[in-house]
Design a protein around this ligand. Sequence first.
Ligand code: ADP
Ligand code: X2W
Length: 260
Amino acid sequence: MLDNVLIIKLGGALIENDEALTALYEGLTSYLKDHKRPIVLVHGGGCLVDDLLKGLGMKSEKKNGLRVTPFDQIPYITGALAGTANKLMLAKAKSMGVDAVGLCLTDGSITKVTQLNEELGAVGSATIGSPKLLEVLLEAGYMPTISSIGITDDGKLMNVNADQAAVALAISLKADLALLSDVDGILDKNGNLITTMTEKHAADLIADGTITGGMEVKVKAALKAAKALNKPLSVASWRYPDKINALLSGEAIGTRVLPE
Ligand SMILES: Nc1ncnc2c1ncn2[C@@H]1O[C@H](COP(=O)(O)OP(=O)(O)O)[C@@H](O)[C@H]1O
Ligand SMILES: CC(=O)N[C@@H](CCC(=O)OP(=O)(O)O)C(=O)O
């Protein structure tokens, strides 16, 4: 098992923000010049899916933060996430001199994906798989860049929430994990950053409507990872390049989600 892997999950809005995406890769390349640390990127792209479905005149709704994915929409959603979003990440990596390899969640069986339930349609749940392919790529110096599309054992395309996907990979690789989004971390009712989060506190904030939608999914996924790995992880912003450096050096940024 490869030691000290860091998985960084990037929310989809980053892909539409060229300045922040450039700053992220600058941060990664300058850190990797002086340090040897295996880094895996997992990305979302929910905003690209929204734009595509709207452009196609298709309706889209979310239930508890997860997109209802009719089977007739999954080819388009696959195009947006495993296609456009993944290849825009690889294009930026290429232009910054980073040797990246684009993957989906079931390439090399890096996770196992099953259908979550009938109600959500082609929405998948990712569980731990084989770390082998990622270890081979990381040892050879590539930066795996993984979309949240997966394939079931009987060959059906599935749309997996990217935070949940990153958690399954982190547990598989026993990696450190950071979930980076378009907000500074988990915010309280007044919009102030909460610096640490426990399961009990999160349950209270979900119950009183302070944590909703995509953040509810993210916090639950983060708590699952913190518990399974028995270590805290960061829910933070991708907006500040200096904080990315701090994160790479192992400092706490944003909200620390604790394994309790
Ligand atoms: N308590 C909260 N703190 C921060 N963000 C929250 C909270 N509750 C809901 N949100 C929403 O969750 C969003 C982040 O989740 P999501 O859109 O899924 O992000 P990403 O695409 O980066 O994974 C924020 O932009 C914000 O609108
Ligand atoms: C099932 C489900 O909700 N899938 C997500 C996958 C993309 C994602 O998670 O993107 P962000 O990280 O940018 O939110 C979706 O269709 O939006």
